[in-house]
Ligand binder design. Structure first.
Ligand code: NAD
Ligand code: UD1
Length: 339
């Protein structure tokens, strides 16, 4: 299958391109490199011994987006990763987030429609559930109150894609709601390369361990959880990448518009992650307890059984592998791709 991958140069995109090439798919990546470098894709080609096509283009530009589709006449599906994703920045620059994520998606879908490509896998997020009434979370939980513009772009894009299917049932839409992607490819050649100081837990811990940052602030130890710190469903990025391949196979069965949780089903606390990382790296991760972070919830983990039943997908890697692989990537590439 020839798959167009938007945002394919980014963290989850590079890992997914690797799995796509390894499974024999043809891949064209569109990325504007606003949060990535081409180096990750070069390494994907080296690791697989196969090549992909890279087109530097911005989805916000309708002419450039149309051109990509003209150059890919045999493409049959799109995996749509491209988007801005920093929660704090989205509250400071809402117009940038709405313009990039929504206009980009509209331009993409219009080009797809013009070229008769009506199969899409979209990167959604557990953030669309807001603060869930209980855990584990199933896909039919009500969509919650979003607390920031980033989260609202995910909820709005889900609505846009569901509306597209409702208007034209030949559109097939798979909404993958990721829980907390972490880890890296076992080679240590590709991984997460955040811009500036990381917002998320795992890259922050990794940079403390490698000596780039002094100490971690644990945001709150008074949550109603077993050790008082936040609990999340961390999922290895390679498991997540493989979930996209299963979703592409599902699209061939014309499933309509459907959402799947991609998580392990296991909650893990901030303190548990710190200890697992110390064990994996042999380093001490210095931390202090700090006040809660605004907008955080106590506990969030998936019921991933729909994905297992309908996609034949299940996360295979546990916390230990997530920490070992993150450390392997971070210690081999202390400055990421050096962009
Ligand atoms: P990332 O920033 O590493 O990758 C996104 C890529 O999209 C980048 O390479 C960026 O350059 C590109 N991009 C952004 N706007 C673009 C545009 N207008 N045109 C072309 N390219 C554009 O992020 P990631 O962690 O790989 O996330 C991929 C997707 O998954 C995003 O949509 C993100 O919101 C979603 N998601 C990520 C997480 C997570 O924790 N990483 C969790 C849930 C959902
Ligand atoms: C974050 C995003 C969310 C996105 C999700 C997917 C925020 C506010 N939310 O969620 O929109 O869908 O990633 O990956 O960014 N923590 C610390 N110290 C830190 C960083 C985090 O204690 O320096 C704690 C948090 O309080 C939380 C846990 O670690 O309890 C996980 O945090 P993080 O990695 O940022 O992910 P989420 O908050 O789940």
């Amino acid at each position: 299958m020839h798959v167009i991958v938007t945002g394919g140069a980014g963290y989850i995109g590079t890992h997914t391109c690797l799995e796509l090439l390894a499974s024999g798919h043809e891949v064209t990546v569109i990325d504007n490199l606003s949060n990535a470098s081409q180096e990750g894709l070069r390494r994907v080609e080296r690791l697989t011994g196969k090549s992909l096509r890279f087109i530097q283009a911005d989805l916000v530009d309708p002419v450039a987006t149309e051109k990509v589709f003209q150059e890919c006449p045999n493409a049959t599906a799109v995996i749509h990763f491209a988007g801005l994703k920093a929660v704090g920045e989205s509250s400071e620059k809402p117009l940038l987030y709405y313009h990039n994520n929504l206009t980009g998606t509209l331009n993409l879908c219009q080009a797809m429609q013009r070229h008769g490509i009506k199969n899409i896998v979209f990167s959604s997020s557990a953030t669309v559930y807001g603060d869930p009434a209980s855990v584990p979370i199933t896909e039919d939980f009500p969509l919650g109150i979003c607390t920031n513009p980033y989260a609202r772009t995910k909820a709005m894009i889900e609505d846009i894609l569901r509306d597209l299917h409702a208007a034209d049932s030949t559109w097939n839409v798979i909404l993958l709601r990721y829980f907390n992607p972490v880890g890296a490819h076992e080679s240590g050649e590709i991984g997460e390369d955040p811009n500036g100081i990381p917002n998320n837990l795992m890259p922050y811990i990794a940079q403390v361990a490698v000596g780039r940052l002094k100490q971690l602030s644990v945001f709150g130890n008074d949550y109603p959880t077993p050790d008082g710190t936040g609990v999340r469903d961390f999922i290895h990025v390679v498991d997540l990448a493989k979930g996209h391949l299963r979703a592409l196979e599902k699209l061939e069965q014309q499933p309509g518009a459907i959402a799947y949780n991609l998580g392990t089903g296991q909650g893990c606390s901030v303190l548990e992650i710190i200890h697992a990382f110390e064990k994996a790296s042999g380093k001490t991760v210095k931390f202090v307890i700090a006040p809660r972070r605004k907008g955080d919830i106590a506990c969030c983990y998936a019921d991933p059984s729909r994905a297992e039943k309908e996609l034949g997908w299940k996360a295979e890697r546990g916390i230990e592998a997530m920490c070992v692989d993150t450390w392997n990537w971070q210690s081999k590439n202390p400055k990421g791709y050096g962009r």
